[in-house]
Design a binder for this molecule. Structure first.
Ligand SMILES: [Mn+2]
Length: 328
């Protein structure tokens, strides 16, 4: 295990004795990595005899997460998912942000008005954090937070229900776009160990099954993708259609795969008067910088913005202008 990772873990587990409860906070629009990593941490920390809670507020999670949550419920794994309203706010509490490090990306940012001791565990390239964590570990070389959390499971030598190992493997699969992005030898090793210990590839495949209609809609858009200035893939949605933010991200992930593409952008309506742009990069183009020019943000390889009361055409043109300047 990486030295810094071990140090983080030792500090965290020492710290826990000072608290009555630990709340694990996955990011909003929770995905399988945030879920898998939260579940893994839940089991690891359960060893320390504290009340552990996963803060979860969503009513309509994406398809794959919904499936995983239903299955977890049916297996009676005794994991406590709680809304902030149902959490005892009189207890001395440690918060652990999982798979993100910006407060406004949390399940419920109100939680930071109630509790103040924050730990961060993430794998996204660090952006200027406004919050002051008492402890943080951000490893942007890791494919996923689930990959990091697996080390803690191994260290504690605890037995983890097969289904949770499956969710963690699914998390790694999603974050690496099926082992094509950000995948290191360690990522493969962790995937192998998860499988050896009981994660089921078939079940991962089932979790990741997509809605056919959605898929067709996405393919229609990808069909219209154009390459600008040799390295930018730009996809524009239909003007009479509203898309999920997550769909835009998926399209940008897909178009980043093509030969010569260094950065990909998907521009589409995400509400009647809001246009979203989702940007992805192989690393040579700083898409956070580009999205910031449009009042958005994110990370160097993964960023987004929202534009109000404009047209797809204008949004497209504004992006092109920024790309022209970016390359100089
Ligand atoms: Mn992740």
């Amino acid at each position: 295990m990486k030295v810094e990772r071990k140090t983080f873990y030792d500090k965290l587990t020492n710290m826990i004795s000072d608290y009555e409860q630990v709340i694990l906070i996955p990011h909003n629009e929770i995905d399988l990595d945030a879920l898998g990593a939260s579940l893994g941490m839940y089991l690891v920390l359960a060893k320390y005899n504290k009340q552990i809670i996963i803060n979860y507020e969503e009513t309509t999670p994406e398809l794959s997460v919904g499936r995983a949550l239903n299955k977890i419920k049916s297996l009676n794994l005794n994991i406590s998912f709680e809304k902030l309203d149902d959490i005892d706010n009189t207890k001395k509490t440690l918060l652990v942000m999982i798979d993100h490090h910006k407060k406004d990306m949390s399940q419920n940012k109100e939680i930071y008005n109630i509790f103040s001791d924050i730990v961060i565990l993430d794998h996204h390239i660090e952006s200027k954090t406004i919050n002051k964590p008492i402890l943080k570990y951000i490893d942007d070389e890791a494919s996923s937070t689930s990959e990091i959390v697996y080390d803690f499971i191994e260290l504690e030598n605890i037995s983890v229900p097969n289904y949770i190992l499956t969710v963690m493997l699914a998390g790694i699969t999603v974050d690496t776009n099926k082992f094509t992005l950000k995948t290191s030898a360690n990522t493969h090793e962790v995937a192998a160990k998860l499988t050896k210990n009981g994660a089921e590839a078939k079940e991962v495949q089932y979790l990741l099954k997509e809605d056919l209609l959605n898929y067709k809609q996405m393919q229609k858009l990808i069909f219209k993708t154009e390459i600008y200035d040799k390295i930018y893939a730009i996809t524009v949605g239909s003007s009479n259609q509203i898309y999920e933010k997550e769909e835009l991200a998926k399209i940008s992930d897909s178009t980043l795969q093509f030969d010569g593409v260094e950065a990909s952008f998907t521009i589409a309506k995400i509400n009647t008067n809001i246009i979203g742009i989702s940007a992805r990069s192989m690393g040579s183009v700083d898409v956070e910088y580009i999205m910031k020019k449009l009042n958005g943000g994110g990370h160097k390889t993964d960023a987004a913005c929202q534009m109000f009361n404009t047209t797809l055409e204008d949004a497209h043109n504004m992006l092109i202008k920024i790309l022209d300047k970016y390359r100089g």
